[in-house]
Ligand binder design. Structure first.
Ligand code: COA
Length: 172
């Protein structure tokens, strides 16, 4: 399998893989489309996993903000990530996330934040974000599913505030 940047020819495959991975609902597939059309979209951070000319996985890293009284820091959020059901638990998700982490670090972002399964993302280096002064109020979620990955050295605990997901995350 190779991991590469999405291209226009992949849009349909990406839509399909998100529908398949999320119980045949199209909410996450449509979220991808809204983010892609927004100014928070970073083309090289929409990654596909390709196997024998087929899209078997997709991960979208895009921009959001951590805001406090004094500052606003641009951070990355990971959502959604989807792997073809028949090929899950074989390392595809991990490969997509590891490549995304590498690219986000190279681009100079300090954090990747997400809402997701703690048992899965903790294996990949994500930590509970609220332990480090990061907040989330737009979505009501338990503490352990709101997670952060530190890209910049010693930024955890230094940059504090509320993660604010951009408009694209909220359907009309
Ligand atoms: C979540 C998802 C992207 C993970 O991708 P994947 O390719 O199946 O996962 P990987 O094979 O890379 O898993 C890496 C590790 O996590 C484990 N793991 C996988 N899914 C897990 C889960 N739901 N809970 C706990 N651990 C999990 C694997 O066993 C593996 O462990 P190991 O490294 O010790 O062997 C994929 O299962 C998926 O598309 N799920 C449906 C959609 C979804 O829920 N997306 C996430 C919310 S945005």
């Amino acid at each position: 399998m190779i991991v590469r940047t999405e291209e226009m020819k992949d849009y349909e495959g990406i839509f399909d893989i998100n529908v398949q991975a999320f119980n045949h609902r199209d909410d996450e597939a449509r979220l991808v489309e809204r983010i892609r059309q927004s100014n928070k979209f970073i083309p090289e951070l929409s990654l596909v996993g390709e196997l024998d000319d087929e899209i078997v996985g997709h991960a979208l890293f895009s921009e959001a903000a951590v805001k406090n009284e004094n500052n606003e820091e641009t951070v990355i959020v990971l959502a959604p990530i989807a792997v073809k059901p028949a090929l899950q638990k074989q390392g595809i998700g991990k490969a997509l996330i590891e490549e995304g982490i590498k690219r986000c670090r190279a681009l100079g972002y300090d954090f990747i934040l997400l809402i997701g399964h703690p048992s899965y993302y903790s294996k990949l280096g994500f930590k509970p974000a609220r332990n480090y002064g990061l907040e989330l109020t737009q979505f009501e979620v338990p503490d352990d599913v709101f997670m952060v990955y530190e890209l910049g050295e010693n930024k955890l605990g230094q940059i504090k505030g509320e993660l604010v997901y951009p408009e694209a995350f909220f359907a009309d």
